[in-house]
Design a protein around this ligand. Structure first.
Ligand code: PMP
Length: 374
C-alpha cells in the first residue's frame, strides 16, 4: 500500500539544522517548528502574478465604496462579529450560532485543529494537499497519517475508513484542483461518525457541490470557507466555519481562550458589504471559470495534461518539458506560477487563473518557450 505514515510527535529540528553543538541552554525549552512557506509576493511593474490563487478582479464596488468609520478604531471591535455572522448565516440558510469567523480560513482551520483534533489517534488527510495541514498538526502535537491520492490524483474513500482522530481534506483539493462529489463526502462521513470531519471549501465557488447541504444530516461535519478567492479579498483576511451549534460553541470557547478580538473593525464592515453583493460575486466567479475553460484548452493544445479543475487554478504537467524549467523561464519574464519540489508533484505547475489578458500573455510565453506556433 502506498501509504506514508508520520508519527511525528516532535520535530528533530536541531539535528535537521545541524545546530546541536551551538545550542544555548535556554534554547532547549523553546518550541521549534518548521513553518508553512507562503507563495512569493513579488513587487514591481509588469508582473503577472499567477502563484497564490488570488482573484484577478477587485472586490465588489460595494466593498470599495463602503465607509468604515475609522474614528471607531478607538474602540475594541465586536468580539462576536455579529453583523458578519448574521449575513453569512442568512446567505447559507443557517442559524447564527452555526457560524464561526476568523482571520482568513488559515486562522479558522488552525482553531479547528486545536479544538477538534484532540485525540491520541492520528488524524487523516491526503498526501498531496494543502501544505499547512501537517504544519498545524506538528505545531499542536497532533499525530497524523497521510493517505496517497490515486494515480489520477483522486482521494480514495476507503482510505478514510477505520479508527482515527478526525479527517480533513480540501474540496476541491489543492494543489490538484480536483473535486470530490457529495457521495464521496457522505461515504467518508458515514464511516467517521465518532470524529470530526472537516471539509475545507476554499475553492468551492469555482465548481462542484458544497457540503453545506450535509450539515443538517451530519452533526460531526465542519465546512470551512474563505473570502480570499471567490470574493477577491485575500488582503482583508476573513474565513469562516459552519457546523452544528455545539461544535461552533466549542470553537468559540477555544478562540476566546486565545484572543477574543481577532476580527478587526474594518474587516467586519467590508466583509458584510461583500456578502450583500451577490451579483458582482457571481459575475466575477463566472469570469474566472470562463477563462479557466479557455486556458485548459490552450494547455491541451500546448502538450500539457492536467486534472480537470474545479477551482481558480490549474495543476498542469508538460509531456516533454520539465515543470521546473518552465517555472524558472517564466520567472525570468516576471510571470510567477507555483512550483512544489515535492514527491509525485515535482513535474507540475500550479497556475492561478488571472485575467484574460494575463492568461493570453502566459500562453504566448509558453508558445515561445515550448517552440509552438499559435
Ligand atoms: N485552504 C486551502 C486549501 C488553501 O489553498 C488556502 C489558501 N492558501 C487556505 C485554506 C487559506 O486561505 P485564507 O487563509 O486566505 O482564507
Amino acid at each position: 500500500m502506498n501509504e506514508t505514515i508520520y508519527w511525528l510527535m516532535r520535530l528533530n529540528y536541531d539535528k535537521k539544522n545541524k545546530r546541536g553543538d551551538m545550542m544555548k541552554v535556554w534554547e532547549k525549552n523553546i518550541r521549534k517548528v518548521v513553518p508553512y512557506t507562503p507563495g512569493e509576493q513579488p513587487e514591481g511593474k509588469d508582473i503577472i502574478k499567477l502563484n497564490t490563487n488570488e482573484n484577478p478582479y477587485p472586490p465588489s464596488p460595494k466593498v470599495l465604496e463602503a465607509k468604515a468609520n475609522l474614528a471607531k478604531l478607538r474602540l475594541y471591535p465586536d468580539a462576536t462579529a455579529k453583523n458578519l455572522v448574521s449575513v453569512l448565516a442568512e446567505y447559507h440558510g443557517l442559524k447564527e450560532n452555526q457560524i464561526f469567523v476568523g482571520v482568513g480560513s488559515d486562522d479558522v482551520l488552525a482553531m479547528c485543529f486545536l479544538t477538534f483534533f484532540n485525540s491520541e489517534k492520528p488524524i487523516v488527510f491526503p498526501d498531496i494537499t494543502y501544505s499547512f495541514y501537517d504544519v498545524w498538526a506538528e505545531l499542536f502535537n497532533i499525530p497524523y497519517v497521510t493517505k496517497a491520492l490515486n494515480d489520477s490524483f483522486e482521494l480514495v474513500a476507503k482510505d478514510y475508513y477505520g479508527e482515527n482522530g478526525g479527517v480533513i481534506f480540501p474540496n476541491p483539493n489543492a494543489p490538484t484542483g480536483l473535486i470530490a462529489d457529495l457521495d464521496f463526502i457522505k461515504d467518508v462521513l458515514e464511516h467517521n461518525q465518532d470524529v470530526i470531519v472537516i471539509v475545507d471549501e476554499a475553492y468551492i465557488d469555482f465548481g462542484g457541490e458544497s457540503a453545506v447541504s450535509l450539515l443538517k444530516e451530519y452533526e460531526n461535519l465542519i465546512v470551512v470557507r474563505t473570502f480570499s478567492k471567490s470574493r477577491s479579498m485575500a488582503g482583508i483576511r476573513i474565513g469562516y466555519a459552519m457546523g452544528n451549534a455545539e461544535l461552533i460553541q466549542y470553537l468559540n470557547d477555544v478562540k476566546y481562550s486565545y484572543n477574543s478580538y481577532t476580527m478587526n473593525y474594518p474587516s467586519l464592515v467590508l466583509g458584510v458589504e461583500s456578502v450583500k453583493d451577490e451579483t458582482y460575486f457571481k459575475d466575477t466567479v463566472s469570469k474566472v471559470v470562463a477563462t479557466r475553460e479557455w486556458f485548459e484548452e490552450e494547455l491541451t493544445r500546448l502538450g500539457f495534461t492536467y486534472p480537470k479543475s474545479s477551482s481558480n487554478f490549474v495543476f498542469a504537467t508538460h509531456k516533454t518539458v520539465p515543470a521546473k524549467e518552465i517555472f524558472e523561464a517564466a520567472r525570468k519574464e516576471k510571470i510567477y506560477v507555483r512550483y512544489f519540489d515535492k514527491p509525485r508533484i515535482d513535474n507540475y505547475l500550479r497556475i492561478t487563473i488571472g485575467t484574460d489578458e494575463e492568461m493570453k500573455k502566459f500562453v504566448a510565453f509558453l508558445e515561445k518557450t515550448l517552440g509552438y506556433n499559435s
